[in-house]
Ligand binder design. Structure first.
Ligand SMILES: *[C@@H]1O[C@H](CO)[C@@H](O)[C@H](O)[C@H]1NC(C)=O
Ligand SMILES: *[C@@H]1O[C@H](CO)[C@@H](O)[C@H](O)[C@H]1NC(C)=O
Ligand SMILES: *[C@@H]1O[C@H](CO)[C@@H](O)[C@H](O)[C@H]1NC(C)=O
Ligand SMILES: *[C@@H]1O[C@H](CO)[C@@H](O)[C@H](O)[C@H]1NC(C)=O
Ligand SMILES: *[C@@H]1O[C@H](CO)[C@@H](O)[C@H](O)[C@H]1NC(C)=O
Ligand SMILES: *[C@@H]1O[C@H](CO)[C@@H](O)[C@H](O)[C@H]1NC(C)=O
Length: 493
């Protein structure tokens, strides 16, 4: 079998025989057992500190050239302290369980792939994520959404026969986006695909090869274009992490979506049955639950696993049927700093599977805490607010979670946003800065942008407030090196 690799911009095309791909077997199927994850060999702190040297620190509320006021002096002092700690840090990227690789290291590698987890591991992330999507033959593959194959793989570009089988195939020039779901295909069919960076698409393109425009400008697509990174079955992800000594944090995806539920019903199954299989596989492959508060740490060499969901029906199901296993509940909302009846984004279902219902309100969170859900994880902006003198402080929701005595608070996802929300999604604009950056269109830093955060270096203060004041257990990041470096050099030097 020949794998044709076209760059995301359709510039160069390289044909590469399958056997030249490391780990590929003669049949063109990837031999996952050859892959390993390895820790950082010893990147020094001074090198990491350079990440924050790109732009001078400034105080935009003051007129250029004016004498720094007290808030500005504090700001310089605070940032200098963080930078000095990093610059003199011996091993900024050593393994830490507080750092979680979001889809691996999705800022710089195609998400949910072996290179992505390898970079996550080399960045010090003690947990690596796989988003678990169901296939047509009721197996599981690592893919962020059940229906994102059209912009995270080469399906449209290189596989017209598979495009024809998509829930909604792409028709060149139609102007309508395709919908290609993992459950449209068997695991064998999915093994033909190469992963791409999460790409901007042109539904009006007139040719399959120009449907993908490439990743947003603040991400780096080079790795994705260099070689084929196949989709990874959930079980192979678990085995890779187990033999490499990394902890697993898989998420069962999209159980609240009608299209997923309809597919499962057509196969005579349902969201709870696949949630059972998902949990069984984690245990079968040798992952252990977290010790309960007050219990002894697990013996060294033991790998831990925590099951994630945005669907509180699934969180409740897992805790009811498998109370010993560890569960993370996440929610997504634009109601910041609000502890009552928090409404969901449409991507987040309520108790009855309806969109727009309560997904993070007091009663619901209390119920899940009572069931023993181990980790409660809203998005970063839900946990932060602007404090006096241009500082960042915990939000009311963060205080509410602390009062409820939830076992652990987590959050997501650092380094997932570029600075310009409009051109930020345009691949033609290269080399854009990472947020925070004072942008009024911010999602991840919305409550603090242009009040307490103004440029990327402020990510260090965001981390400091999340870990020290909110009391975060662990944090997802698209570039997990930032979290590892903060933890290893500033929080736990
Ligand atoms: C940021 O805040 C300043 C006031 O401190 C204001 O003048 C400016 O317009 C704001 N910028 C944005 C992008 O909202
Ligand atoms: C999308 O495709 C159409 C048709 O080929 C083309 O005219 C347009 O410039 C493309 N848009 C982008 C952003 O590449
Ligand atoms: C699509 O693009 C390829 C590569 O540029 C070209 O060879 C092919 O003729 C194009 N197909 C159509 C239908 O325009
Ligand atoms: C999902 O299905 C329910 C029940 O059939 C229906 O009421 C609801 O409108 C559907 N939601 C969407 C977004 O299609
Ligand atoms: C669950 O944990 C309890 C207490 O830690 C233990 O007694 C029990 O055997 C465990 N059950 C399973 C199935 O592991
Ligand atoms: C804010 O700064 C002013 C001036 O430096 C200071 O007097 C005040 O105490 C500060 N407020 C807080 C809450 O730190």
């Amino acid at each position: 079998m020949q794998l044709i690799l076209l760059s995301a911009f359709g510039v160069g095309a390289t044909a590469m025989p399958a056997q030249s791909l490391r780990g590929a077997s003669e049949r063109g199927q990837y031999d996952f057992s050859a892959a390993m994850l390895s820790p950082d060999p010893g990147t020094p702190g001074w090198l990491m500190e350079r990440l924050f040297h790109g732009e001078p620190v400034w105080c935009p509320w003051q007129a250029p050239g004016s004498e720094p006021d007290d808030d500005c002096k504090e700001r310089y002092q605070r940032i200098k302290g963080y930078r000095d700690a990093i610059a003199t840090c011996e091993k900024p990227l050593r393994f830490t369980e507080k750092s979680i690789g979001h889809r691996g290291a999705a800022l710089v590698a195609p998400e949910e792939t072996i290179p992505s987890w390898q970079i996550g591991a080399a960045s010090g992330a003690g947990y690596l994520e796989c988003d678990v999507s169901v296939t047509k033959d009721l197996d599981f593959t690592c893919r962020h959404s059940n229906c994102d194959l059209q912009f995270t793989t080469d399906l449209i570009e290189n596989h017209p026969d598979l495009n024809a089988k998509c829930s909604k195939p792409w028709v060149p020039g139609s102007g309508e986006e395709a919908t290609c779901c993992t459950f449209d295909f068997t695991m064998k069919e999915l093994s033909r695909l190469c992963s791409k960076m999460d790409s901007v698409i042109n539904a009006s393109a007139d040719n399959y090869s120009t449907y993908l425009l490439g990743p947003a400008g603040f991400r780096t697509g080079t790795l994705a274009e260099k070689k084929c990174s196949p989709l990874v079955p959930y079980r192979e992800y678990l085995r890779l992490l187990k033999r490499s000594g990394y902890n697993a944090i898989p998420e069962l995806k999209d159980t609240w979506m009608n299209r997923t539920q309809d597919f499962l019903a057509s196969k005579g199954t349902n969201i709870y049955k696949i949630a059972d299989t998902f949990a069984d596989m984690l245990v079968e492959e040798g992952f252990h639950p977290w010790p309960k508060p007050g219990e002894a740490e697990l013996p060294s060499g033991t790998v831990k696993g925590i099951m994630q969901t945005f669907d509180h029906r699934i969180a409740a199901h897992w805790k009811t049927t498998r109370p010993n296993l560890s569960v993370e509940y996440m929610w997504e909302t634009d109601q910041m700093d609000n502890e009552e009846g928090v409404l969901c984004y449409p991507s987040n279902g309520d108790l009855n599977g309806n969109v727009g219902g309560d997904c993070g309100g007091k009663l619901l969170i209390q119920k899940l805490v009572d069931l023993g859900v181990d980790l409660m994880a809203p998005a970063i902006p839900v946990l932060l607010a602007s404090g006096p003198n241009r500082t960042v402080v915990p939000s009311r929701t963060a205080e509410f979670l602390k009062r409820l005595k939830v076992q652990h608070i987590g959050s997501w996802s650092l380094e997932r946003q570029g600075c310009d929300a409009v051109s930020g999604v345009t691949p033609e604009v290269p080399g854009q800065l990472l947020a925070p950056c004072g942008s009024p269109d911010s999602f991840y830093y919305a409550p603090i942008e242009n009040t307490s955060t103004f440029q990327h270096v402020d990510v260090l203060q965001v981390l400091d407030v999340l870990f020290r004041d909110v009391g975060l257990n662990s944090l997802f990041s698209d570039f997990p090196a930032t979290v590892s470096m903060y933890v290893n050099c500033i929080l736990e030097p």
